[in-house]
Design a protein around this ligand. Structure first.
Ligand SMILES: [Mg+2]
Length: 208
């Protein structure tokens, strides 16, 4: 029985239309140019090739390019004010508050990013906690350990959690463990996605 809702943050709690994540990815690519000392186009191509082998860009850079100062990476990729394009979302807030389940965030970003986003959406109080990339020792989704670490910490079984994310392989990582995963695809990008999918967060009630 589902007792706990575990949400991704970016492009899950707010629309990709804000372009926020595109800006984050642009800063990641700029960071990659500084590490690899290659032109931007080449770095984008290399990142796209290597990323499927890792959970995050940071994990790739640490494994293959000797990056050790992850706090410098977080500072560069998630500067203050990164959330400025977002707006308070009273509809989301009411929806979440009326859901009689424990609600948590699982993000591959650092907690300061999650706190900024939630504050800007005015949804901070909707969640009982945030599990960020430091909590998972920099090895986040889709690694099994990341989801299991959350379940163990909450003392709930994976089967009792509904997990919602906008990235198919992050959903897959959770369902591979036996959990119930749901893709949120607000722009209908993944038309061939063969598993449970919603286009609006409110539709998740059909999976409870
Ligand atoms: Mg996301």
């Amino acid at each position: 029985m589902i007792t706990t809702l575990l949400f991704d943050l970016d492009n899950t709690l707010y629309s990709p239309r804000y372009g926020l994540e595109e800006e984050v990815v642009a800063r990641m690519n700029t960071f990659v140019t500084q590490v690899l000392q290659k032109p931007l186009d080449e770095c984008k191509k290399i990142r796209a090739e290597r990323l499927p082998l890792y959970g995050t860009t940071l994990e790739w850079l640490m494994a293959e390019h000797g990056v050790t100062d992850y706090e410098a990476y977080f500072k560069f990729v998630h500067p203050e004010g990164e959330e400025s394009a977002l707006e308070p979302d009273p509809v989301l807030k009411q929806f979440l508050n009326e859901l009689p389940y424990s609600k948590y965030i699982l993000t591959n970003a650092p907690i300061e990013h999650a706190e900024r986003i939630l504050a800007k959406l005015d949804c901070t109080d909707c969640f009982a906690g945030i599990f960020d990339i430091r909590f998972n020792n920099l090895k986040g989704k889709p690694h099994h350990e990341a989801y299991q670490h959350v379940a163990d910490t909450l003392q709930v079984s994976i089967q009792d959690i509904l997990f919602i994310d906008d990235i198919p392989r992050y959903v897959q990582g959770f369902t591979n463990l036996g959990g119930k995963g749901l893709l949120i695809d607000q722009l209908n990008k993944h038309q061939q996605y063969p598993f449970a999918k919603i286009t609006q967060l409110q539709e998740l009630v059909h999976y409870l």
